[in-house]
Design a protein around this ligand. Structure first.
Ligand code: PLP
Length: 347
């Protein structure tokens, strides 16, 4: 039975061109800064994101963690969205490893953080009872808010606010290229006012491993030391970076296809009794669904029945699901998914 996997874009496999590039990659010891392929990838990522420098890291989680550790001393605080991946799904690393507090504020329906809420979250620097505000984290696209892209104008307004208050701004841009393609702007425009940005090669861009942390040369020098401290220094990592270069060359523009398929899937599923499309999705490559209150089974049961029919989707709550489109789900996969959902809902 062919299996169609809609759980996440992290399940994508490297393309044949990536495997070929990996096999042929020119490599060296990257901890000595001598891997030519890693060096090329880091230069290319920095250039694409409009930053001075970048660092190849093992994961998005590590990129976000390094940024927070680089900007925040122990006893300081990061302000971030309650729906943010960094708050919800990164094992609390910023606090566990950095001794840095996390203060969350609500994400608005469009994924943004309201400037008023950011202002209210600021600590009083003169009051020694409080932690010290140091960093704001935004997420683009905002995963748990429906894969919502944040505009360049909005991000610039948060950047201006952060500068006024003497804070740094980090963007968790795990899917920044989905946002760029959706909004029709260069990714660099979406992060211009940020001090740092992480983006992932291993999600919709299909590389097997890796993310990039981009920022000023000083920040990246600091992050390189912190990466070593965390055990994240890699040796002949050019094997992995080679796939990342192919990802940046060939996989960015095609993200528009994933967005179209997500739209098609949402329209097909919206027709089904018992289901409703949640969070106004899709905005990019994610469709969020909820079971109507009267529907007699829960999400886990529906997920199990779909899996028996070769369609994998993720339950995000007792009555909610997330479906993600990506390179490895084609038009047929989307049709099968809609058909099997219909059968399960009617069964
Ligand atoms: C928005 C967002 N940020 C960060 C990450 C973390 O990336 P990684 O799984 O590479 O650590 C993810 C992972 O899915 C994500 O969705």
């Amino acid at each position: 039975m062919r299996v169609y996997d809609f759980r996440s874009d992290t399940v994508t496999k490297p393309t044949p061109a990536m495997r070929e590039a990996m096999a042929r990659a020119d490599v060296g010891d990257d901890v000595y800064g001598e891997d030519p392929t890693v060096n090329r990838l880091e230069a290319r990522a920095a250039d694409l994101l409009g930053k001075e420098a970048s660092l190849f890291v093992s994961s998005g989680t590590m990129g976000n963690l390094l940024a927070a550790l680089a900007f925040c001393e122990r006893g300081s605080e990061v302000i971030m969205g309650r729906q943010g991946h960094t708050f919800l799904h990164e094992a609390g690393g910023i606090s566990v490893l950095g001794g840095v507090a996390m203060q969350t504020i609500p994400n608005q329906a469009d994924g943004s953080l309201a400037l008023d809420d950011l202002e209210s979250a600021l600590r009083d620097p003169a009051d020694y009872h409080e932690p010290v505000s140091r960093l704001i984290v935004l997420e683009n696209t905002q995963n748990a808010c429906g894969g919502m892209p944040l505009s360049a104008e909005y991000t610039a307004s948060v950047g201006a606010f952060a500068r006024e208050q003497g804070l740094a701004l980090h963007i968790d841009g795990a899917r920044i290229f989905n946002a760029a393609v959706k909004l029709g702007v260069p990714a660099a425009d979406l992060v211009r006012s940020a001090d740092s940005v992480t983006f992932c090669l291993s999600k919709g861009l299909c590389a097997p491993v890796g993310s990039m942390l981009c920022g000023s040369r000083a920040l990246i020098t600091k992050a390189r030391r912190l990466r070593k401290l965390l055990g994240g220094g890699m040796r002949q990592a050019g094997i992995l970076a080679a796939a990342g270069l192919v990802a940046l060359d060939t996989m960015v523009e095609r993200l528009a296809e994933d967005h179209q398929r997500a739209r098609f899937l949402a329209e097909a599923l919206a027709e089904l009794p018992g289901l409703r499309i949640d969070k106004c999705s899709p905005h990019t490559n994610m469709v969020f669904l909820a079971l109507e209150p009267a529907f007699g089974r829960n999400a886990v049961e529906v997920v199990r029945q779909l899996a028996e029919r070769g369609v994998l989707v993720g339950a995000t709550g007792e009555r909610t699901f997330r479906l993600v489109t990506h390179h490895d789900v084609d038009d047929e996969a989307v049709r099968v998914c809609a058909r099997e959902f219909a059968r399960v809902m009617r069964s």
